[in-house]
Write a protein that binds this ligand. Structure first.
Ligand code: NAD
Length: 446
């Protein structure tokens, strides 16, 4: 099929490359010239495992192209919308400017046949419920033979390629009209023929359900993380160990063991802004009481950052000013360079504003951080960052940090304090090697 993807960020660029991998002829459109220039040469504009290979392969065969010229989308049979929906400045709601612009671009430049099978617009961005209905009306009033489906995206950064090629489910939000719904489904089925053939579960729903599935899933995940972080607060108050607690409750398969890792909390370009936009939308719909629990989820999450700063202060004996803090990991999770709403970055910034001298290492986001916040002192080697530090903080669970040998490093810092912001280090091993270990919800420090 001929496909266009509007918006080539973490979601759109991977989606475009994966659609090419599925055999389609794809054009990715973005307004960011620098990003497009890189992608068009087959060079990734962000860190994502497996993406560079796909990109190089399909840009090389011209099955995948990137452009800033909207006229190049005219022949597509499906236009995917993958533009950003960030949090509005100073408000909880989502900024829908980019989605509106993307729809306007499609309406202006798509060239569907006047009769016969319509061209499909498929929304992938995460949007407030009700958006699809509005877009469907805009498409209907365009006078062009365009039809809308809502097809939310569940990929995880760090696993984005596998999640797109082998999704754990596909969700289609289709027009209520049965005949039109069947046509939209036929087009999406053709697009996703390969994952469907290998048994990917498909959930077909109406527009609002499809929009809600995405924010409901993210709200559930955020709630699970904040739940275990609330238990971490209780463990700290009582001498319990939240890692053992999580293990024990996780054996109950009604609860499950995933997403029960206490630490400095969730971040990134999705979970925080999605739960906030969901609350804002519930307010507009007059059902804000249904989601008041998400306020608590957000508050618990943000308290984790305060707690990490407090632990750093405790480790250095109270005053951070003039103390050196080594921060290992600055992205919101491993295997990405995404710094959006990263708890690690927020914590590093707070430590710096209290007068601490920072030394940051990150396997993927070092160069990006060096350009954006040179005051945080990015280092290329873990040893250089740790040397003469008063406290070392592991804030992202990159494999490189999880596998550190505490005995080999203990002579480097000025004082061997380690704050394990992700509960990924073995407290006994680190304390036996001579470190003072501070965990998140593991009772007293060892
Ligand atoms: P992003 O900021 O990385 O990418 C958005 C891209 O859209 C940018 O490159 C921007 O230049 C481009 N853009 C903005 N306006 C445009 C326009 N009018 N025409 C063409 N391009 C335009 O954001 P992202 O992380 O890729 O997220 C995109 C959407 O997908 C969001 O709604 C997000 O919530 C959702 N989502 C993201 C993920 C993820 O893991 N990143 C997962 C699922 C869903």
């Amino acid at each position: 099929m001929r496909i266009s993807v509007i918006g080539c960020g973490y979601l759109g660029a991977v989606h475009a490359a994966c659609m090419a991998e599925l055999g389609h002829d794809v054009v990715g459109l973005d307004v960011d010239e620098t990003k497009v220039a890189l992608l068009a040469q087959g060079r990734p504009s962000f860190h994502e495992p497996g993406f560079p290979e796909l990109l190089a392969r399909h840009v090389g065969t011209r099955r995948l192209r990137f452009t800033t010229d909207p006229t190049e989308i005219r022949d597509a049979e499906i236009h995917f919308i993958g533009v950003g929906t960030p949090q509005l400045q100073g408000r909880l709601g989502a900024d829908m400017t980019y989605v509106r612009q993307a729809v306007a671009t499609i309406v202006e430049h798509a060239a569907p046949p006047a009769e016969g099978r319509p061209v499909l617009v498929a929304g992938k961005s995460t949007v407030p419920v009700g958006t699809a209905e509005e877009i469907a009306e805009a498409l209907a009033s365009s006078g062009k033979n365009l039809m809308l489906a809502w097809n939310p995206e569940f990929l995880r950064e760090g696993y984005a390629v596998a999640d797109t090629l082998h999704p754990d489910r596909l969700v289609y939000g289709l027009p209520e009209d049965l005949e039109r719904g069947a046509v939209a489904k036929e087009i999406l089925d053709e697009c996703y023929a390969r994952p469907l053939a290998t048994g990917t579960p498909l959930v077909v729903a109406n527009y609002p359900t499809a929009e809600l599935v995405k924010v409901a899933a993210n709200s559930f995940l955020a709630t699970k993380i904040s739940f275990i972080n609330a238990m971490a607060e209780l463990c700290d108050a009582t001498g319990g160990d939240v890692t053992r607690l999580a293990e024990a409750i996780g054996y109950d398969d009604r609860i499950g063991s995933k997403f029960l890792q206490a630490g400095i909390g969730f971040g990134g370009g999705c979970l925080p802004k999605d739960i906030r936009a969901f609350m804002a939308r519930a307010g507009e719909l007059g059902v804000d009481e249904a989601l008041t629990f998400l306020r608590e989820v957000d508050a618990i999450n943000l308290r984790r950052r305060d707690h990490a700063v407090t632990l750093a202060e405790e480790a250095v004996g109270g005053r951070l000013a003039g103390r050196k803090v080594a921060v290992l990991g600055i992205t919101f999770k491993p295997d990405t360079d995404d710094l959006r709403d990263s708890p690690a970055l927020d914590i590093a910034g707070r430590l710096w504003s209290r007068g601490a001298e920072l030394a940051v290492v990150d396997p993927a986001a070092g160069d990006l951080l060096r350009r954006r916040q040179p005051e945080l002192n990015v280092h290329d080697s873990i040893e250089d960052a740790i040397r003469d530090a008063h406290v070392v903080m592991v804030l992202t669970q990159w494999k490189e940090f999880v596998e550190l040998d505490p005995a080999a490093l203990v002579a480097l810092p000025a004082t061997p304090n380690v704050v394990d912001g992700r509960n990924v280090l073995d407290p006994r091993r680190w304390s036996n090697a001579g470190w003072r270990y501070f965990g998140m919800g593991r009772g007293v420090s060892v």
